[in-house]
Design a protein around this ligand. Structure first.
Ligand code: GLY
Length: 364
């Protein structure tokens, strides 16, 4: 098992460990018991993960003598709303959960974001640990303390910064992940190569088949590397005042594409297209060598992610949607652009006509 410490100044949050391994569920239970002593533990998960892993993990916790329960909600982004938060909170009350309870987020981004959110507000705050079961959650959303639920107007509009007390990533969970979910994670992994680590980008170029086959040695190396990159960013900019925004590389346009497609495009597909678009914009503005933009497009193709924007998505609507991005400042949309693979920067001034041009060039 690998351990990575996220060192945070006491200003907002305490430091915590990220543990990564293969088939470590028994050890996770023992570490939860040792490091997070609580009168009660409540696993919060979706109904798929409850069936696949939750029941087993609950039994493991009970076997070592912990007072543990599990609450589940219907799987999917549609559950990430205030109704589910109220429902889970009611269930926690009925189970007798109080401030001495530790919540356990078991699942993908939806379970993690919602559990973190409840942990911020339930009885004015309780501790929680993250046990991410999807690749996106293991390399991204379970780390860094962003919690959120969606509003009808958009995703993640209600949320807090609330760091977990520990993160446990068991790569074994990836074996039951649907292919689309795995691809969502591949997009995030490629993103880390682009924004911070050309060496990992080259490793991915050379070993994409092994990654797609979930080769355990390769996956451990890559997930660990991604977690190290994210932890280094969080340590510098926990509350996204600046540097942390580079984690949104490809996400600005990606979110707009997801929304305009009525979520027919998955998150990974939107981000993949957004990453290509951001590279093309960077090349058009002469920040990035055009060959580097081609390498980015090629690695996305190797990962079986889309490289073309579906023809039925109107450029005008995509640009309108970009204006609603919650990360914009005033009228300026923050695009993360590139000078090189591994060298991103935040650019607030991309004109709509350049964005429109790139969208049209990328249409199927
Ligand atoms: N997923 C982006 C971030 O954690 O900042």
């Amino acid at each position: 098992m690998r351990s990575i410490k996220v060192n945070l100044e006491k200003k907002y949050s305490s430091s915590y460990e990220i543990r990564i391994g293969n088939g470590i569920i028994d050890r996770i239970a023992l570490l939860v018991a040792k490091n997070h002593k609580a009168d009660k533990y409540a696993i919060i998960t979706d109904d798929n993960v409850a069936r696949l892993h939750g029941k087993n993990f609950l039994a493991v916790l009970k076997n070592i003598g912990l007072n543990a329960d599990m609450i589940d909600f219907p799987a999917g982004e549609a559950s990430k709303n205030i109704g589910t938060i109220l429902d889970i909170s009611d269930k926690l009350l009925k189970l007798g959960a109080d401030r001495t309870t530790c919540l356990i987020a078991l699942g993908g981004g939806v379970a993690g974001d919602m559990t973190g959110f409840i942990a911020s507000v339930y009885m004015r705050g309780v501790p929680y640990v993250q046990i991410p079961t999807s690749l996106v959650a293991q390399v991204d959303s379970a780390i860094g303390g962003k919690t959120a639920i969606d509003l009808p107007a958009g995703k993640n509009l209600l949320g807090t910064f609330n760091q977990p007390s520990e993160v446990f990533a068991d790569l074994n969970f990836l074996n039951t992940l649907p292919a689309k979910e795995f691809e969502n994670g591949l997009a995030e992994i490629i993103k880390y190569g682009i924004i911070d680590d050309e060496k990992m980008f080259i490793l991915l170029e050379d070993n994409m088949d092994a990654v797609k086959q979930k080769d355990p040695v390769m996956m451990l190396k890559i997930v660990e590397n991604c977690c190290r990159i994210k932890k280094a960013i969080i340590e510098i900019d926990e509350r996204e005042q600046g540097l942390r925004r580079i984690l949104n590389y490809g996400h600005t346009l990606g979110h707009a594409l997801e929304a305009v497609s009525d979520y027919k495009l998955s998150h990974g597909e939107g981000v993949a297209l957004g990453m290509i678009a951001a590279a093309r914009i960077s090349a058009k503005k002469n920040y990035l060598d055009a060959q580097e933009a081609t390498r980015i497009e090629e690695i996305i193709r190797l990962a079986n992610l889309p490289t073309k924007i579906p023809g039925f998505l109107p450029a005008g609507e995509i640009i309108n949607r970009l204006q609603m991005d919650k990360k914009k400042k005033g009228d300026t949309i923050h695009f993360v652009l590139l000078k090189k693979i591994g060298m991103p920067f935040i650019n607030g001034g991309v004109a709509n006509d350049i964005i429109g041009e790139v969208i049209e060039e990328m249409k199927l």
